[in-house]
Design a binder for this molecule. Sequence first.
Ligand code: SF4
Ligand code: SF4
Length: 270
Amino acid sequence: MRPEAIPGTLNHGCMHTRSTPKEKYRFIPGDAVPSITSLRAIPQKIEELSRELEELSGFPEEKFIWIIRDVGFSCTCCGRCCTREFNGHVFLLDDDVERCLRVDAGALIPAPDFELCDQHGNFYVSGYALRCRENGDCIFLEDKRCRIYAQRFRICRVYPYMLHREWGEDGMHDWRQIAGLNEHGEYHAHLSEEECRCIADETTSYERDFLEKEIAFYTFCLAFFKQNNLRPVRKVYDQQMREFERGEAVTVYVFDRGALKRHRVRRQEY
Ligand code: SF4
Ligand code: SF4
C-alpha cells in the first residue's frame, strides 16, 4: 500500500480545505473563503475540529511509520517548498512565534485566509505567518538556503510529511501522509526505524498542536463575540476582502498564545 499522491501545486485555505502541511501555511491571493458566516456555525466548527483531533489520535502509529519507510523520501534541498512556486505561506504555531520573536520579530505577519469577520469589518485569524519577499520567497530564504535552518519552524521541520484527512476523488475522507508525492525530492532511500519513528512523532505532534490551536481560536472567538455582541457576517467579510484587495488597510485580530492581538495590514504586505 502506498500513500496517495497530492498535487505539488499547492493551493489551499485553512484546515478543512488544506491539502498539504505547508500548503495550509501558504496563501494564494484572493483565495480566502470564510467557512464561518454565523455565530452558531462556530460550535459546529469546534466540533468538526475536535472530531479531526480524535481521528488523528486514533491513527495507528505503526502504519504511519511503515508508510514513511516504504516511501523513503529524501530531500534534495531544492528550496522550492520555501517559495510561492510551491507553497503559499508558512503558518506559525505558538512556540514558532516565540522563536520568530527571538530571530526577527519583523518577519511576523497576520496569517492570510482570515477565518472570521465581524459586523464592523474586523477580521480574526488563528495565528501568524512568515512574511514573504515580493517574489513570494520566504523572508528567510537566501540563495535557495534557509538562513535560520537550525531554528526553522515546526512545519519547516516536518514538511513534506503530514497526517490529516482530505476528501478523496471518490467523495470519501482519506488520510494523506506525504505532500507533493513524486513532485519533489527523491524516493526509496533507506530510513532507519528510529528515523521513521522520529518523523512520525514530530508530524503527529505538529498536526495535533495545529488542531488544538484552531480549536482554542474558535473557542476564544465564540466567547469574545458573545461578550461583545459581535457576529460573523459574510457580506461584510466579502466587502472587507474587496477593500483589502484594492490595497486599503484592514484590521486583523490575531489569536496569539491565548489572546487577540490587533494589527492593521495591507494587501501589499503579502
Ligand atoms: S523558515 Fe527556512 S525552511 Fe522555513 S520556509 Fe522559510 S526558508 Fe524555508
Ligand atoms: S525536495 Fe521537497 S522538501 Fe526538499 S527542499 Fe525541495 S521541495 Fe522542499
